[in-house]
Design a binder for this molecule. Structure first.
Ligand SMILES: Nc1nc2c([nH]c(=O)n2[C@H]2C[C@H](O)[C@@H](COP(=O)(O)OP(=O)(O)OP(=O)(O)O)O2)c(=O)[nH]1
Ligand SMILES: [Mg+2]
Length: 132
């Protein structure tokens, strides 16, 4: 199976809450929570893919981001490599442009969400860095 390269962005607000979205595509992962992002197109860097995906899905332009973690996960129907960046600067207003739910959640709330299975290492990395 082909490995899909994915750019994923984590934004934390001033109070330590994280931006999460709920998937709207009606595939196996319908309604699962994720960090916004999407597939990296040919010739794109992670940063430019992030900026494009956040413009399309969340209505903001990503101006500064840095790598947090890179990981691979095998789902039954697809293998993904997630390039996860922490976004520290953006412009525009966060807006759910694809009809998806978007929410700002703290770590306690994050743990209760039905997240994509591949995301546990991301959550662990965030807790190691910011959690109590
Ligand atoms: N955006 C995102 N994708 C994730 C996360 N965790 C995870 O395993 N994935 C996987 C699920 C998908 O197979 C893939 C992302 O692809 P996607 O379906 O969101 O791609 P896309 O936004 O480009 O959407 P499309 O144009 O193909 O419809 O990465 C995550 O936290 N955020
Ligand atoms: Mg997406």
């Amino acid at each position: 199976m082909q490995r899909i390269e994915v750019a994923v962005g984590v934004i934390m607000d001033d109070t330590g809450r994280l931006l999460v979205g709920q998937r709207v595509v009606e595939d196996h992962y319908f309604n699962k929570w994720e960090f916004p992002g999407g597939k990296i197109e040919a010739g794109e860097s992670v940063s430019s893919a992030l900026d494009r995906e956040f413009r399309e899905e969340v209505g903001i332009s990503v101006t500064v981001s840095k790598p947090l973690i890179e990981l691979e996960h095998d789902y039954p129907d697809r293998h993904v490599r997630l390039h996860v960046h922490l976004i520290s600067q953006f412009s525009g207003e966060v807006t759910p442009l694809e009809g998806q739910a978007l929410a700002w959640v703290n770590f306690d709330e994050l743990e209760k969400l039905d997240f994509l299975a591949g995301n546990q290492p991301i959550i662990e990395a965030l807790k190691a860095r910011y959690g109590t």
